[in-house]
Design a protein around this ligand. Structure first.
Ligand SMILES: [Zn+2]
Length: 407
């Protein structure tokens, strides 16, 4: 097991606790593996033997949270999704994932919700255990294991191969109610914290987006997951698929690029959170549609931007969920930059990756704020990301679970 860490007093240039404004001259005391106190330096009682860490010029934030990652994938300009699923062994992908974990943590992201291993079965559960035991370093993980897809709807797509070829699949295929119930329970038993379902995919004529599950099927999936105490994340870009997932009781909607005003309104009403994956749209445009970063957005990027702005207008709960894995691990901050580019203030965007994200995880009394009693997950950045979001590229010091991971 991990050795206990000594008590630490942190004195950064300024602190943003995950709520309200930033404070200068504040300090944070970490004791017995948790945040013990935060406030003006002179208000904190400092006992004997406390190690002091000065962080001059730095802003201390709660450790950042990305609610949509794929640790078992790497950037699609290195290998296409099909190639990763078909040509890379689970062992190889797991070893790569260990490096992805470290890159993420070094960038100041101390929690990930990893939404599916994309054909690699259950190594996310093993990685989570190895991190918790200190075998490898990485963020706190909430994992979804295999993800559930309608049979013959996901990838690699049969239409792209000779018809007699047996293809591995990127998710657990199910047909019918019984198989759905069984898959949810199977994934739960293997250690899924969340159930991820693909509520739509490119199954229509010419690869058009279509809902993949009926309302009844989604209802059963969500009911089974909720009975087992697991929230549900639904991949949905098609408006009808989004609507069905929301009506079924899904807890979060991923992507949502085609969402209508009515559907986002329903999400706001039912407190269903939205993860806009803006960077995914940009990365796909870059890799496959000749987009250059900073150049005019493609149609798909415009759709993603429209959905984000509409959701914001309608007061939908928005979390930071980037779909990292499509693009390089450790560059999760791109998502926050996009949120700011599309109208949020840096503070609003930071809330999406801290206190709001913790709420979506159902962990808002442990995570996402620098507050007495909370987990000691912290990241310090040179400059001030609450004023200039680009300062998120300057992670200099990171602590997770009271252990210093970068200094
Ligand atoms: Zn994804």
């Amino acid at each position: 097991m991990l050795a206990p860490t000594p008590d630490v007093l942190l004195t950064p240039e300024r602190i943003w606790t995950g709520d309200g404004k930033t404070h200068s001259g504040w300090a944070v005391l970490i004791a017995q593996e948790r945040i013990r106190a935060v406030g003006p330096r002179q208000s904190i009682d400092e006992s004997e033997g406390v190690e002091r860490i000065d962080l001059p010029g730095m802003t201390l934030l709660p450790g950042l949270i990305d609610l949509h990652s794929h640790l078992l994938l790497h950037a699609y300009n290195e290998a296409t999704w099909d190639d990763q699923v078909m040509r890379e062994s689970v062992e190889y992908r797991t070893l790569r994932a260990a490096r992805h974990l470290d890159a993420t943590l070094q960038a100041g992201f101390t929690t990930l919700r990893d939404l599916g291993t994309e054909g690699a079965f259950y190594p996310d559960v093993a990685l989570k255990r190895a991190i918790a035991e200190g075998v490898v370093s990485g963020p706190r993980l909430y994992v979804a294991t295999r993800a559930i897809v309608a049979s013959h709807s996901y990838g690699p797509a049969a239409r792209n191969f000779r018809p007699d070829m047996a293809l591995p699949q990127g998710g657990q295929e199910v047909t019918g109610i019984d198989a759905i119930v069984k898959a949810v329970r199977e994934q739960d038993s293997h250690g899924a914290d969340w159930i991820k379902v693909y509520a739509d995919y490119r199954t229509g004529p010419n690869g058009a987006l279509r809902p993949t599950f009926s309302q009844e099927e989604l209802n059963v999936l969500v009911q089974t997951a909720h009975d087992a105490g697991r929230p549900v994340s639904a991949h949905a870009m098609h408006d009808e698929a989004m609507r069905r997932a929301v009506l079924a009781g899904a807890n979060t909607i991923e992507h949502g690029y085609g969402g209508s005003e009515e559907t986002f309104g329903l999400m706001a009403e039912r407190n269903v959170a939205f993860l806009p994956t803006l960077t995914a749209a940009e990365a796909i445009a870059e890799y496959f549609h000749g987009h250059t970063r900073g150049g005019p957005p493609t149609l798909a990027m415009q759709e993603a931007a429209r959905a984000f702005q509409l959701a914001r207008q309608l007061d939908v709960v928005i979390g930071c969920g980037s779909d990292v894995g499509i693009f390089a691990h450790g560059t999760n901050a791109r998502e926050l930059e996009w949120m700011v580019k599309l109208g949020m203030t840096p503070l609003e965007a930071l809330r999406c990756a801290t206190s709001v994200a913790a709420g979506i995880l159902g962990k808002n009394s442990d995570l996402g704020q620098i507050r007495a009693g909370f987990f000691a997950d912290l990241a310090a950045f040179e400059g001030d990301p609450t004023v200039d979001i680009a300062a998120l590229w300057n992670a200099r010091w990171v602590m997770k679970d009271a252990r210093i991971c970068r200094h």
